[in-house]
Structures are given as structure tokens and as C-alpha cells.
Design a protein around this ligand. Structure first.
Ligand SMILES: [Zn+2]
Length: 238
């Protein structure tokens, strides 16, 4: 289906769809816009911000200053377009994502240890290779391949960066095999399992790390003190 023009008065589409078309045709992927520009484009439309936010349910990625610290408070960045919401067929096919309840979402986040199942980052954590971007987790519907090769639909936790396909630099097969071959037997088995499933799982270490992160920052030094004491008493047990 052809993409309608965002402000074509002859075209009867809803506000969310018009907002999507405005992002694509006026702002353009990768560019920023302000709330005022958005409101000026849709005079008299109440809650246009919210309608644009609804696009996230259809895989559209828009960052605010909370997710991208290089943005000013009034700025937002249109990172990536998602489902072609102006096409009723494409929109219907994507609709199940919208049906996910906040309870479902909480269950999935807890099961995945509040970590991205692709890169392993925890919610609110800074990316190791990016000093300004903190991870925002969301739950997406994905086709996952089981160890028997059987494909099923599953809800998985992913960070925004992995979701928008902007994860680190490309690595070749040999480099990946070389990096893996140095692992101990337990980690080696775990890595193979992750590869077979197409996503990672939370390890004991991850769970401990998440538990430490969820302690308020001003109390984390207390946690570190207790752990250091534990480390000394463990060493003296040997
Ligand atoms: Zn990630």
C-alpha cells in the first residue's frame, strides 16, 4: 500500500497514523523535533504527544532526553520507523503487541531478570561503550527458535538499542569462536544454549548484579562493605 501524505485533507486516517506520516515525511529518521513543532503541525489535536507515543506499540522508536542524554528536555529524536500503521493489513498483523497487558509485561521482565535478553544490559544501566545512553527495557513479541529448531512466538525483554538494531560493531565468525573458546566448561555450555535459543538468560552473577543495582545508590557502598567482609571470611575458611 502506498504511503499517504501526512496532511492530505482527503485522506481519512487517525491521529496516530498522521503522526507517523509526519515523522517520516517531515522530520525524517535520525532527526530531532520539539514538542512545539509537533503541536504546531497538529493544531487543535489534543494529546498528540500521546498518540505519537502509542506508535511504540508498533515498533516505532522515538527517544526523549530520558533515553538519550544528548537531547534537550524539549527535544525528541525519531530514531526508527516501525510497522506501516497506515496500511490496515500491516497494522492488524502487528496488533497483538498492543494487547500485551502491563501484568504480562511485568511477568516477562521478572522472568528475564530485568535484563535485555540480547546484550544483557540491566534497565537504567549505562552502556559500556556509550557514556550517555542508559538502557530502557521493553517487552517485544519475537519468533524464537527452540533447541529442536521449532519456532514459536514469545515475549522477550529487550533494550531499546537492541530493538532498534543499533547494537555494537560487526564481528566475524572466527572472532566469535575465538572469544568463546577461552571460556570454562560451564560458561561454554551456557553460551551454546543461548546461541541455540537466540537469546541469553540471566545467570546467578546477573541476578546478584541486578539485586545490587536495585539497592538505592547511597546504600550501595554498604553492600560493597558487607561483600568485602564476606570475601575476607571466605578466604580465611580455605
Ligand atoms: Zn540490549
Amino acid at each position: 500500500m502506498e504511503q499517504p501524505v501526512w496532511d492530505d485533507p482527503a485522506c481519512s486516517v487517525g491521529t496516530m497514523v498522521r503522526g507517523a506520516l509526519w515523522l517520516l515525511q517531515v522530520v525524517g529518521e535520525g532527526n530531532t523535533f520539539t514538542k512545539n513543532q509537533l503541536r504546531d503541525a497538529f493544531p487543535g489535536v489534543s494529546q498528540i504527544d500521546r498518540r505519537v507515543r502509542d506508535l511504540r506499540d508498533y515498533g516505532w522508536v522515538v527517544y526523549s532526553s530520558t533515553e538519550d542524554a544528548s537531547l534537550l528536555t524539549e527535544d525528541q529524536r525519531f530514531v526508527k520507523a516501525g510497522v506501516a500503521v497506515w496500511d490496515p493489513k500491516a497494522r492488524r498483523a502487528a496488533a497483538p503487541q498492543k494487547a500485551m497487558s502491563s501484568k504480562d509485561r511485568q511477568v516477562v521482565l521478572a522472568r528475564d531478570g530485568y535484563m535485555c535478553t540480547l546484550c544483557g544490559i540491566a534497565g537504567g544501566e549505562l552502556y559500556p561503550d556509550d557514556a550517555i545512553m542508559t538502557a530502557v527495557l521493553s517487552v517485544s513479541r519475537r519468533t524464537v527458535t527452540g533447541t529442536d529448531g521449532h519456532k514459536t512466538e514469545a515475549l522477550v525483554t529487550e533494550c531499546k538499542r537492541c530493538r532498534s538494531g543499533r547494537g555494537g560493531a560487526a564481528i566475524d565468525v572466527n572472532a566469535a569462536v575465538a572469544a568463546a573458546s577461552g571460556l570454562g566448561p560451564g560458561e561454554f555450555r551456557r553460551l551454546l544454549r543461548w546461541l541455540e535459543r537466540g537469546r541469553r538468560g540471566a545467570t546467578e552473577l546477573d541476578r546478584a548484579w541486578i539485586a545490587c543495582l536495585s539497592v538505592p545508590p547511597e546504600q550501595r557502598e554498604g553492600v560493597a562493605d558487607r561483600l568485602r567482609a564476606l570475601q575476607i571470611s571466605r578466604a580465611s575458611d580455605l
